[in-house]
Design a protein around this ligand. Structure first.
Ligand SMILES: Nc1ncnc2c1ncn2[C@@H]1O[C@H](COP(=O)(O)OP(=O)(O)O)[C@@H](O)[C@H]1O
Ligand SMILES: O=P(O)(O)OC[C@H](O)CO
Length: 494
């Protein structure tokens, strides 16, 4: 009997399901976008039921398309947009508020206030590996408890549960039997001590979050419970935040190996092994995964707006019809137009950490074309990545010779070539750019005994390597222009 692993990849803009066979090949895949809710400037929400429904829909579509029996699925691996906070009623299962998405900046002022206490900033960094920012779950949970009528009291009475998206899915898939998360997701809440692997009591008190509403935390490879599916139960055998899953899916198992995922945002992670390494250059320290009794860590550079800026060209400005056509558009522009676009729509993440930065387009002249703006937007993904890679080289002492890439926008050949040029390193794209789902499948595959680490090391296949072609003068000249543009965007909305 053939056996399979099912990966559920719950992203910021869409839910995906992929079924993998024993060789690691994709048997079937389905994807569904869901609604983004923007109630006010800087606020971003999802309906938790949209998240759940879209994820279940694609899961059943894949099972149906591939004609497998549930008993052939050895395990489910879940991976998810991280930090996004959901609070729901333990008895009814109903969320008490929409999911507050990682991009949401409604708690910026609160964070700014907290940042004025130097001791707290140091404490947060030491305990959680993070910086104080509205990006992480802690202040989002705090906001829900303070702003939804009766929520604080109910939480204290033990009637409410909190979860990141993985926890919400596990809880629903197991019909409320498991309230759990894994170390990689917990490490993004700003409430979890990454050294002693416990929820941090001092931070819980600071944010007035009752311990009892938090999930149990365990390894990324673990039996999280039985998913009660139509057609029979299937065990959930792996869980990891999407960026850590992509690091695993790209085969970055050794310290010094790194990947960059170009999705809604862009996230560059470097494996630092079992050692916690704190950044001096605005990067985050995070748990990569817990596996086989070992915890491994990573340095992370988080870019908030990447593919989302392309989506804005399509849906907001209606300048393009599809994300894919930006490749040809950018290739048509001849020479350097001097246009820069900084997509700081939700502030700037690493290495700047400026919640009050806002976007801007610079260098416009009367003959600037739409095509030049599209090109500048694509290039902003590459410039932001260069900011991070330099910070990472300074922190880790590792100078990468090549960067492994994945995620939706890594399909763009213009962008990947420009990335190689502006970094002056090789950019290597795998055959399967869905590394996030691959990573989730690997965790579940290892736990269920389908694969060993030795098997996984053999699986990576390269599609294309982009070699730098730009001369040093041009590279430095262009990058200086980017910094000038960034400077003008910072602190804008303060
Ligand atoms: N060919 C492309 N060129 C540029 N951007 C792209 C391309 N294809 C997809 N994108 C962008 O990538 C993002 C989708 O990538 P994906 O990895 O699916 O993201 P997520 O997991 O965050 O939902 C979208 O924001 C889209 O605008
Ligand atoms: O949904 P993605 O793939 O853009 O990932 C979002 C990140 O997990 C946010 O930290």
């Amino acid at each position: 009997m053939k056996q399979y692993i099912l990966a559920l990849d719950q992203g910021t803009t869409s839910s995906r399901a992929l079924l993998f066979d024993h060789k690691g090949g994709v048997v079937a895949m389905a994807q569904k976008e869901f609604k983004q809710i923007y109630p006010k400037h800087g606020w971003v929400e999802h309906d938790p039921y949209d998240i759940l429904k879209s994820q279940l829909d694609v899961m059943y579509e894949v099972i149906k398309k591939s004609k497998v029996n549930n008993s052939q699925i050895l395990g489910i691996g879940i991976t998810n947009q991280r930090e996004t906070a959901i609070v729901w009623n333990k008895k009814t299962g109903a969320p008490i508020y929409n999911a507050i998405v990682w991009q949401d900046t409604r708690t910026s002022d609160l964070c700014q206030q907290l940042k004025s206490d130097d001791n707290l900033e140091d404490y947060v960094r030491k305990s959680t590996g993070l910086v104080i920012d509205s990006y992480f779950s802690a202040t989002k949970i705090h906001w829900i408890l303070k702003n939804v009528k009766g929520a604080q009291k109910s939480a204290e009475a033990g009637d409410l549960l909190f979860g990141t998206v993985d926890t919400w899915l596990i809880w629903n898939l197991t019909n409320g039997a498991s309230h759990m998360t894994d170390f990689s997701n917990a490490s993004r809440t700003m409430l979890f001590n990454i050294s002693n692997l416990n929820w941090d009591e001092e931070l819980l008190e600071k944010f007035d979050i009752p311990r009892q509403m938090l999930p149990d935390v365990t390894h990324s490879g673990f039996h999280f419970g039985m998913a009660k599916l139509q057609g029979g139960d299937v065990p959930i055998m792996g869980v990891a935040g999407d960026q850590q899953a992509a690091l695993f899916g790209q085969g970055c198992f050794e310290p010094g190996q790194a990947k960059n995922t170009y999705g809604t945002g862009c996230f560059l992670l470097m494996n630092t092994g079992e050692k916690i390494q704190y950044s001096k250059n605005g990067l985050l320290t995070t748990i990569a995964w817990g596996l086989n009794g070992k915890i491994e860590y990573a340095l992370e550079g988080s870019i908030f707006m990447a593919g989302a800026a392309i989506q804005w060209l399509r849906d907001g400005l209606k300048m393009i019809n599809s994300a894919a056509e930006t490749e040809q558009i950018a290739q048509r522009v001849k020479g350097d137009s001097g246009v820069y676009m900084v997509p700081a729509f939700s502030g700037l993440g690493a290495p700047y950490w400026d919640m009050y930065a806002r976007g801007g387009i610079f260098g416009l002249t009367q003959d600037t074309t739409n095509e030049e703006i599209v090109k500048a937007t694509l290039e902003s993904l590459a410039y932001q990545t260069r900011d991070i890679l330099f910070a990472m080289a300074n922190d880790s002492g590792v100078k990468l010779n090549s960067l492994q890439v994945d995620g939706g926008a890594s399909a763009n050949n213009y962008l990947m070539q420009f990335q190689a040029d502006i970094l002056n390193v090789l950019v290597e794209r795998p055959k399967n750019i869905e590394s996030t789902a691959v990573g989730a499948a690997y965790f579940a595959g290892i736990t269920s005994g389908m694969w060993s680490m030795t098997d996984l090391k053999k699986k990576r296949a390269v599609d294309k390597t982009f070699k730098p072609k730009m001369d040093d003068f041009t590279r430095n000249y262009l990058y200086t222009g980017w910094h000038n543009a960034i400077k003008r965007c910072m602190n804008w909305a303060r």
